[in-house]
Design a protein around this ligand. Structure first.
Ligand code: C5P
Length: 243
């Protein structure tokens, strides 16, 4: 693994050069970070769980015709992905009020939103990923207007699919974050889902107890983070074997 060229190291993942041109290897670390890296811990087993949960979700999305960067899982911590040009925007979809939305608008956590809300954040660690509008995105050229239309359509389809998937196993999808990239094939360009979808990037509450089954357990020092992620995997029917 170490002989592979490292392309990028983020807070929770490393990207290595892939076996073929146009591919990368996405490696899931055990590192948990919050509040723009102010809180950092190594949580044993988290990377393995996120690799498996994200694989499960991306495979389902691929099968539904939602384009993603995911090709296949390689081992416990790594997956083969298509290299894409990352759009510097984090897209958050919210169904229930929580997190920064509550802080910003003074809403009570758990308030059902009148409809799903899409928000955009500019990916910039130094600025703390500020909230931006569609106007900022198109004016500064981070994405073109038709790309933004595709991004919003993808975000809505992903929300519909994920809400149903989690609801069927007794989990409420409160909100989640996605990242998108441009996949260039010859003279064709399309927007694809990139990065990961896991309990690190979603808020997931048990539908009967409202127990948090996501990274808020780490952010709010609640403990039991790995156990909660394991429970999400178990309910989705994901078997964690040691391959
Ligand atoms: O903190 P906030 O309420 O804005 O987060 C909304 C959703 O986006 C949460 O599910 C959170 O886990 C996710 N998120 C993320 N990465 C970030 C910011 C938020 O995965 N950098």
């Amino acid at each position: 693994m170490n002989r592979r060229r490292r392309i990028y190291e983020g807070k929770a993942k490393i990207l290595y050069e892939g076996p073929e041109p146009g591919t990368l290897i996405q490696h899931f670390k055990d590192d948990a970070t919050a509040f723009n890296n102010e809180k950092h811990e190594v949580v044993d087993g988290k990377g393995v769980l996120n690799n498996r949960i994200s694989e499960y979700i991306f495979n389902n999305l691929n099968n539904m015709g939602i384009p993603t960067h995911f090709i296949r899982r390689l081992n416990m911590r790594e997956q083969l992905i298509r290299q894409v040009e990352i759009i510097p925007i984090e897209v958050v979809v919210r169904n229930v009020a929580a997190g920064s939305l509550c802080k910003r608008l003074g809403l009570e956590e758990g308030t059902q939103l009148p409809r799903s809300i899409i928000e955009f954040y500019y990916k910039n660690d130094e600025l703390g990923d500020p909230l931006v509008s569609e106007e900022h995105i198109t004016a500064f050229g981070w994405a073109a207007p038709p790309e933004l239309d595709d991004i919003m359509a993808l975000a809505i389809r992903i929300n519909d699919f994920l809400s149903g998937l989690f609801m069927s196993v007794g989990i409420r999808l409160v909100d989640f974050k996605i990242e998108l990239g441009r996949q260039i094939e010859g003279d064709m360009m399309r927007i694809v889902l990139a990065d990961e979808i896991s309990p690190d990037s979603c808020r997931l509450w048990d539908t009967t107890t409202n127990d948090k089954m996501d990274k808020d357990r780490f952010r709010q020092n609640m403990g039991g983070m790995v156990e909660a992620y394991q429970e999400v995997a178990r309910r989705l029917g994901i078997l964690i074997d040691n391959d």
